[in-house]
Each structure stands twice: as structure tokens, then as C-alpha cells.
Design a protein around this ligand. Structure first.
Ligand code: EPU
Length: 368
């Protein structure tokens, strides 16, 4: 019986699979070995297989936040766990659960169609549900952590399933426990609880607050409201916000299906008020936003643009002409950009921003 199981599983290990359709940059790299994971039982089967259990593993979602710098040697676990459902209703929220392999934007559209608003500001963010907590995705005034209830995951070493609430996910700006290696020192020198490379997220539950309230504080949305002649937030529906966010994103950001990219390539850096004042003395047009904690967030797109990078290229890697924060694949599927070109361009941008502003930009995508 055991032998038969292992034989069946071996047939499901695909060799030398092109990852070009599975990363939004469209970089041509291969997975030497790839297993499609459609359920928690599939993860258990991989971990029970003597040939696979101790192999290093790489979890692949929608591939919209990665730069592949070569063929992927670790066993690729491509998450295809599906399903979307309303699982509970409390006084304060509707709880919706989705499989990690579901497409994020389709989940947002589905919740609205079910009359369950709350995710509309995050419409059209590329990627899968399972990847959404990893970098705490966010847009137009709402971050994943604002709508997060809990998630289920599997420990890739022990096969143990576990559930994490928001506090345990340690969400930060484009950050979570899933981005930190297990050995990183934690607060006060305690061993870190990072889960990078250690867990596979299987399901995510969202708390969509009742009653629904529109989030319209973002300048682009306020402008859109004024254009439509609306003065009161109570006149705005979740579907309208969804449509506006889709319009704004389509105008500003390249569609990965047409021009490969990984969304914002750099995080918006945070500085102290003193550092900000010092830069403004030299650069009066600096775009900056005061944060609730007293720090100041700077627009990385503005910093890069100010250094003259829009449209510049290294090989087939280029800075998007309409938004300097986004790096794109100019070579399409025929002559695709390489991960090396993307990273060379990224380093050149970091150097020039550092030389002019004294700020080291941090890249957002995971480099594999
Ligand atoms: N700007 C320029 N030149 C540019 C780009 C931007 O001057 O080439 C200026 C803009 O005029 C604006 C400011 O920089 O004053 C900020 O630009 P924008 O609103 O376009 O982008 P952002 O606020 O930096 C963030 C997220 C996006 C998210 C939008 C909307 C990050 C790194 N990016 O962009 O997230 O969609 O806000 O909320 O936080 C992503 O993470 O992949 C992503 C697209």
C-alpha cells in the first residue's frame, strides 16, 4: 500500500516545468521539480514521501511578487487549494474563508457579488489569496491586516497543521512573520518566530466589518468622488469604490498580462521628522506623508522619478514610464527579462537614490 502511494505521488512530480507563465514578470526560469498542491492532504503526502520529505521547498502562489534569478532547485509546491465560502456571521463581521490558491481579485469581486463588502479598496491586486498575508497587501487606504481574521497553514518540516490570528502573523507595512527567517532575533534578543520557508498557507479567513463603511480618505478616491459630483461618503457604494480602484490602477499600473511586472518594486521608506526636514531643505518638492506614529513616509516613486529613472533600462528590465516605482519586462515572452537584469537595474536605482537623498530603498518582491 505504502509503495503504491509513493508510486502514485512520484507520477505527480513534474520535472523541468517552465515557470514563465507562473511569475508576473514573465522571467523564463524552470522548476527542476514541481508538485501541485490542491489540498492539505497533498502537503501531507509530499512530507510522507521519503524522496521528497527532506528536500528544500519553495512555495509558489501567483508569482506576482517574486524575481527569479535562475532555475529553482528546491521542490516547488504550487498552491492550488480552491474554495470560497461564508463560514460565519458575528455581530461585528461576516467571516469569509478562501483557499490559498484562489485568485485575489476574483475573491474581491465574488465577495461583492455575495453582498459582502469590505475588500473593494484592494481590487485588482495581482496574486493569490495565500500570498496576501505574506506581504500584508494593501492599497487605497486598506491593508489586508484590517480585514484579516485568521489563517490555516502547514509546517513544512513536521506536517503539523496550525492556525494563526492577526497578532501571531505580526503584520507590518508589506511585512509579516512569513517574510522573516526562523533564526532572526526577535524583540529583546529572544529567538525570532519567523516562518519564511517553513510554512505553507492553506486557507485564509477574512472579517468583513458590519456595518460596512466606505474608506475614501485616499487622494485619488477623493478626486474621483468630486468628479462624480458626490460630496457625502454615504452616497458611495462598495461597487463604485471597486470600479474606481480598478480604473485608477489600470491607468497607473501596467497589466502584468501585457507588460510583465511585480507591482511596486520598492517599499515607501520611513524617516524621522528631522531627517525629512533635512531633505526638504535641499529638495523642497519631496512627497511625504506624516504617519500616526510620528514618523514620515516618503513616496519611493517620487524619489526614483526625481533621479530621472522613468523609462531607463538595463537589458530588458526597465522603469515603467508612467510610474517609477514599477519595474517592467520590456522583452515580452519572446525575449524575456532576466532576474539578473532586474536586480542590476534595482541596485543602480538604489545607489542613485542613496547618493542623492541618503535613503536606502528596500525592494518589495522576494528574490529567488
Ligand atoms: N510619484 C512621482 N513619480 C512617479 C511615481 C509616483 O512623482 O513616478 C509620486 C506621485 O505623484 C505621488 C506619490 O509619488 O505623489 C505616490 O505615488 P503613488 O500613489 O502612485 O504610489 P504609492 O503611494 O507609492 C502605494 C503602494 C501601491 C498601492 C498604492 C495605492 C507601496 C510601495 N505601493 O503606492 O501598492 O497600490 O499605494 O494605495 O506601498 C504594490 O505594493 O505592489 C502596490 C502597487
Amino acid at each position: 500500500m505504502k509503495v503504491a502511494d509513493a508510486t502514485i505521488l512520484q507520477m505527480l512530480v513534474e520535472k523541468n516545468v517552465s515557470l514563465q507563465p507562473h511569475n508576473s514578470f514573465g522571467i523564463a526560469a524552470k522548476a527542476l521539480q514541481l508538485v501541485r498542491v490542491a489540498s492539505q492532504a497533498d502537503v501531507a503526502a509530499v512530507l510522507a514521501d521519503p524522496a521528497l520529505q527532506s528536500a528544500p521547498k519553495f512555495v509558489l502562489g501567483g508569482g506576482s511578487n517574486i524575481v527569479l534569478t535562475g532555475d529553482v532547485r528546491p521542490l516547488v509546491l504550487k498552491v492550488e487549494i480552491m474554495g470560497r465560502q461564508l463560514v460565519a456571521e458575528t455581530e461585528r463581521a461576516w467571516i469569509v474563508e478562501a483557499g490559498a490558491g484562489e485568485n485575489w481579485h476574483e475573491l474581491v469581486a465574488w465577495t461583492l457579488a455575495q453582498g459582502l463588502p469590505g475588500l473593494e479598496n484592494m481590487a485588482l491586486i495581482p496574486g493569490t489569496v495565500g500570498a496576501s498575508p505574506v506581504q500584508n497587501i494593501g492599497a487605497y487606504g486598506v491593508e489586508l491586516q484590517d480585514r484579516f481574521e485568521s489563517l490555516d497553514a502547514v509546517d513544512l518540516e513536521t506536517g503539523r497543521a496550525f492556525t494563526l490570528d492577526a497578532a501571531q502573523c505580526a503584520f507590518g507595512y508589506r511585512d509579516s512573520v512569513f517574510k522573516h527567517p526562523p533564526t532572526a532575533p526577535g524583540e529583546a534578543g529572544r529567538p525570532g518566530l519567523g516562518l519564511a520557508g517553513k510554512a505553507l498557507i492553506t486557507r485564509v479567513r477574512f472579517a468583513l466589518p458590519k456595518p460596512w463603511k466606505p474608506v475614501l480618505g485616499y487622494a485619488d478616491l477623493e478626486r474621483r468622488m468630486a468628479q462624480e459630483g458626490l460630496s457625502d461618503a454615504r452616497q458611495v457604494s462598495a461597487q463604485q469604490i471597486f470600479d474606481w480602484v480598478c480604473d485608477i490602477r489600470r491607468a497607473k499600473l501596467p497589466d502584468p498580462a501585457v507588460l510583465g511586472n511585480a507591482g511596486s518594486f520598492f517599499k515607501n521608506p520611513t524617516v524621522s521628522p528631522e531627517q525629512c526636514a533635512d531633505i526638504i531643505a535641499r529638495e523642497p518638492k519631496l512627497v511625504h506623508y506624516p504617519m500616526p506614529d510620528g514618523s514620515i513616509k516618503l513616496a519611493a516613486g517620487w524619489l526614483i522619478d526625481a533621479c530621472g529613472w522613468k523609462g531607463k533600462a538595463v537589458g530588458h528590465a526597465a522603469v515603467y514610464e508612467k510610474q517609477a516605482l514599477v519595474l517592467v519586462n520590456k522583452g515580452g515572452t519572446q525575449n524575456p527579462v532576466t532576474g539578473g537584469e532586474v536586480m542590476t537595474l534595482a541596485k543602480a536605482i538604489q545607489t542613485s537614490v542613496y547618493e542623492r537623498f541618503g535613503i536606502l530603498l528596500e525592494h518589495e518582491p522576494v528574490v529567488v
